[in-house]
Design a protein. Structure first.
Length: 223
């Protein structure tokens, strides 16, 4: 298989040598997809259209057969990441979301796709195989299957090792959603807070102290 042509990953350049951000950022996403495909999925995943999409309360999603060729000759699944969710998260955490969605690609292609939006046992088993622990709370002890699912990186697992190798090449993301000025001129961003007991989510400014009323415990940011 011919190697994909590599383009510049990092958007840093002298002022007299401008470089367009679009090919830098999207080629970086493609490079990460190709890397994890090779290392975690034995290169068996098909090509998908990777996009940035702002979908409320979602770090990313997979949508089968979302795009069709204008000439009608082929189609593509969509794998989307939400740049609103990048704020306050590391590249390892963000790419773990990429791999989470790649497991959906794998299930669509090689397994038995679950009903719309549901994360079943087949998906959960593959997540653990590639080094991500499914959890509806994003924390230890959460349910492994369900409609709305998060995950966390298994320390020393396959994903953690694969990301370390990717980062060692100098790969990194360049963009995230911009902070927006609030009505009083302050700065705000959407941060997700998750209850580690019941899995309930809330969104607010990153410095908020949020407590889950039914459980009586503090909710964790970035769950």
């Amino acid at each position: 298989m011919a190697k994909r042509r590599q383009t510049r990953r990092v958007y840093e350049h002298p002022l007299d040598q401008p470089i367009a951000i679009t090919p830098v950022e999207y080629s970086g996403l493609q490079e990460a997809y190709d890397h994890f495909n090779a290392v975690l999925f034995d290169g068996r995943l098909i090509d998908v259209f990777i996009t940035y999409q702002r979908r409320a309360h979602s770090a990313g999603y997979f949508s089968a057969d979302r795009f069709a060729a204008r000439g009608g000759e082929f189609g593509r699944h969509e794998l989307a990441l939400n740049p609103d969710d990048f704020i306050g998260r590391t590249d390892e955490q963000i790419t773990s979301t990429l791999v989470h969605e790649m497991v959906h690609v794998w299930q669509q292609q090689h397994g038995k796709p679950a009903s719309r939006g549901y994360h079943d046992r087949q998906w959960a088993a593959k997540m653990k195989e590639v080094g991500l622990q499914p959890s509806n709370t994003g924390a230890v002890g959460g349910k492994e299957t369900g409609q709305s699912m998060s995950h966390y990186v298994i320390p020393g697992g396959r994903f953690a090792d694969a990301f370390t190798k990717l980062a060692a090449t100098g790969w990194r993301l360049n963009l995230e959603s911009a902070h927006r000025a609030g009505p009083e001129g302050g700065r705000k961003s959407k941060t997700r807070f998750t209850c580690g007991q019941c899995g309930q989510n809330a969104w607010g400014k990153p410095d908020l102290a949020v407590t889950c009323t039914p459980c009586g415990i503090e909710m964790r940011a970035g769950g």
